[in-house]
Design a binder for this molecule. Structure first.
Ligand SMILES: Nc1nc2c(c(=O)[nH]1)N[C@H]1C(S)=C(S)[C@@H](COP(=O)(O)O)O[C@H]1N2
Ligand SMILES: [Mo]
Length: 211
């Protein structure tokens, strides 16, 4: 009955139109105050790259039986969604608490068939940035690859389409604009900042600079 009324109200042959509004970020979640997506300092190595969501592919490769290349929508639609409040801390001394929504990295990797020799997960980004984490850490902590911050899609300057939520690790482990996830047996792999002296374990409880 309701359906019928709606159809009549719209008139014959006239599809109801929706006007998309700009996404509004949430600033409170389950009683917790959140930071804003604008509280971040832009500190990327080359400035934010623009990623086209239509031609975009998330490549899962390296020590896997069957490499995967997922489109933006497919990656989101074909995996379970998780959310979690996590604070990002940059070595420069700022921090932001954000409600993240994303896919479990393990859910993306497992269908590719991870070789038993794989130890390290290397994240590749659209700006040429790389960073890595042990496969066991990603598995044990259920790390997420986020596509939303504070319930709004990741902004281009914040890491669209995907940013790693590297809980308990310094900001330089939180790869933005992720285009590739590589499985490797190289436990000593060093990413962009790690090659320049930042600690490879990136543990928040440890010093971030190696001397
Ligand atoms: N692709 C890419 N990811 C990156 C970086 C970068 O330069 N390129 N910088 C890292 C550092 S040092 C930090 S602190 C966070 C900061 O994220 P924000 O610029 O959105 O605040 O992104 C991390 N991820
Ligand atoms: Mo950082």
């Amino acid at each position: 009955m309701l359906l019928l009324l709606a159809a009549v109200a719209c008139g014959p042959g006239r599809a109801p139109t929706t006007t998309p509004l700009k996404p509004v970020e949430v600033r409170e979640y389950q009683g917790e105050k959140l930071g804003s997506v604008t509280d971040f300092r832009e500190n990327s190595i080359k400035g934010p790259p623009t990623v086209d969501s239509v031609s975009y592919r998330l490549n899962i490769f390296g020590q896997v039986r069957q490499p995967r290349a997922l489109g933006y929508r497919a990656a989101i639609d074909e995996h379970r969604h998780y959310s979690r409040v996590v604070t990002i801390y940059c070595v420069e001394g700022w921090q932001v608490k954000i409600l993240w929504e994303g896919l479990r990295v393990m859910d993306l990797l497992e269908p590719a068939g991870i070789d038993s020799s794989a130890r390290t997960v290397i994240f590749h980004a659209a700006d040429g940035y790389t960073t890595s984490l042990p496969l066991d850490f990603i598995r044990e902590h259920n790390l997420l690859l986020a596509y939303k911050m504070n319930d709004a899609p990741l902004r281009p300057e914040r890491g669209f389409p995907f940013m790693l939520v590297a809980e308990d690790k310094w900001g330089y482990k939180w790869a933005r604009w992720v285009t590739g996830i590589e499985l490797s047996d190289d436990a000593g792999y060093k990413g962009y900042w790690e090659r320049r002296g930042y600690a490879n374990d990136g543990d928040l409880k440890q010093r971030f600079y190696e001397d």
